[in-house]
Design a protein around this ligand. Structure first.
Ligand code: F6P
Length: 360
């Protein structure tokens, strides 16, 4: 029996994309005699414009620890998928044609939320789709964990650890800005793991007066420094109440003055307390380098889970992990939904119990 599968990685890269594809292909080649694997270049672009190449088992050897993606990736916004390209090409039709031309049994798509929405669209268009949840944000609904997240937590935690020594030596206030525009999971986990004193995330809007009060409380207690873990998408209470359009305008105005929210917060703290505040932004370093052992194991399990679903010809699903078990989650149920931190989550409560301020 010949199995023909397509693989593509889309959206922001992260650690363990290669490890996951390796898991899928290794598990399939051990179960199927004739396996044909087509890798699409640079995410959905490759599927739209018919840019692909055949891969062999050799291509998946030695990539367990390699970061990035051997296929390349790109961001192709979901909202533009139904909009023809500059030459008038119907992207959805083009993707379907590539799929049918190659007589694929299924397409395995690795990506985050936006990628998943397009994967679901292709499912609705009749293609056999399996989505594998990647992102350092861990914000995909229907899975407890995404691959990439734990590796990024390690890096962001390490950044806070490194800042700790300098903050202690100089007696300064430091902000470490952590990735996550809409969801603060990465900031929350790295903040706790790195011993941050204040954690600001999009789901819990902050009051700058409370943030300053938390710093002053530490000063009064004789602590020489304060570390804030701030998510890219941290938002003040005041801004959270603005209508979407007004907030967008405010962000545009802020961008002219500050590179990001952390610099605005640093300025505000400086004005209220007079403390010297430094900002560190690890940025894309958080998505780079090799996957941590946790992610290598998760990816291997997710990859093997995908192979099993392909053998069962069970499509239109995401391979997630729920309560420690690999689960097939219908795309129709999870696509288009974000998994956010709830201010009521146990982890937030625990952080508050040990004295971490969320500025709320
Ligand atoms: O979704 C992953 C992510 O790294 C976010 O945490 C971050 O906000 C965004 O991507 C950055 O995107 P880009 O790589 O396009 O700048």
């Amino acid at each position: 029996m010949i199995k023909r599968i397509g693989l593509l990685t889309s959206g922001g890269d992260c650690q363990a994309l290669n490890a996951t594809m390796r898991g899928v292909v290794k598990a399939l080649s051990n179960a199927v005699e004739d396996l044909e694997v087509y890798g699409f270049d640079d995410g959905y672009k490759g599927l739209i414009y018919g840019k692909y190449h055949m891969l062999t088992a050799k291509d998946f050897s030695g990539i367990l620890t390699r970061g990035g993606t051997i296929l390349g990736t790109s961001r192709q916004p979901f909202k533009l998928m139904r909009v023809p390209d500059e030459k008038g090409l119907d992207k959805v039709e083009a993707m379907k044609q590539t799929y049918y031309k190659l007589c694929l049994d299924c397409l395995v798509i690795l990506g985050g939320n936006g990628t998943q929405k397009t994967a679901n669209l292709l499912r609705e268009e009749g293609l056999n789709i399996i989505h594998l949840p990647k992102t350092i944000d861990n914000d995909i609904y229907g899975t407890d964990m995404t691959f990439g997240f734990q590796s990024a937590v390690n890096i962001a935690t390490n950044a806070i650890d490194c800042i700790h020594t300098t903050a202690t030596s100089h007696g300064r206030v430091f902000i470490v800005e952590i990735m996550g525009h809409k969801v603060g999971s990465l900031t929350l986990h790295a903040g706790i793991a790195g011993g941050a004193d204040i954690i600001l995330i999009p789901e819990i809007p902050y009051d700058i007066k409370k943030v300053c009060a938390a710093i002053e409380k530490r000063n009064k207690a004789g602590k020489r420094f304060t570390i804030l873990a701030v998510a890219e998408g941290a938002i003040s209470k005041e801004d959270a109440e603005l209508p979407k359009k007004k907030y967008k305008e405010k962000l545009e105005a802020r961008a002219k003055k500050y590179p990001s929210v952390s610099y605005e917060i640093a300025d505000q703290i400086n004005q209220v307390i007079g403390s010297e505040v430094r900002v560190t932004v690890p940025g894309h370093i958080q998505r780079g380098g090799e996957p941590c052992p946790y992610d290598r194991v998760l990816s291997t399990r997710i990859g093997a889970g995908a192979a099993e679903a392909i053998l069962d010809e069970d499509y239109g699903i995401m391979i997630g992990v729920i309560n420690g078990k690999i689960k097939r989650v219908p795309l129709a149920e999870c696509a288009g939904k974000l998994k956010m931190v709830s201010p009521k989550d146990q982890i937030v409560k625990a952080a508050k119990q040990i004295g971490i301020s969320f500025g709320d």
